[in-house]
Design a binder for this molecule. Structure first.
Ligand SMILES: [Zn+2]
Length: 83
C-alpha cells in the first residue's frame, strides 16, 4: 500500500513528520529537534478531502500544531507490501 509523508515545522523549530496512508489517515507521527527523535501523536482532520489538516502534539514544546496539506504536496514513500 502506498505511504505518504507530510512534513512541517513546529513553532519551536522541531521538524514534524506524519506518515499517512492513501486515505490520509495518520499511521505514525514523529518530531525531531537537535538530533533527538520523539513520537508525536498526530491525527488528520477531514482526511477524505483533497486538502486536509494534520495536527501534531509536539513532544518538545507541548503545542498543538495544525497544518494544512494538499494531497499532491505529500511525498510518496516506497510502497509497503502486504500491510
Ligand atoms: Zn514544538
Amino acid at each position: 500500500m502506498p505511504r505518504f509523508a507530510a512534513n512541517s515545522l513546529c513553532e519551536c523549530q522541531a521538524h514534524l513528520t506524519a506518515i499517512v496512508d492513501e486515505k490520509h489517515h495518520v499511521i505514525e507521527g514523529t518530531a525531531r529537534r537537535h538530533g533527538d527523535r520523539e513520537n508525536a501523536p498526530a491525527h488528520s482532520i477531514n482526511p477524505a478531502q483533497e486538502r486536509f489538516d494534520i495536527g501534531w502534539l509536539c513532544p518538545f514544546c507541548g503545542r498543538n500544531t495544525l497544518r494544512s496539506f494538499h494531497q499532491d504536496a505529500l511525498h510518496r514513500l516506497a510502497d509497503v507490501a502486504g500491510v
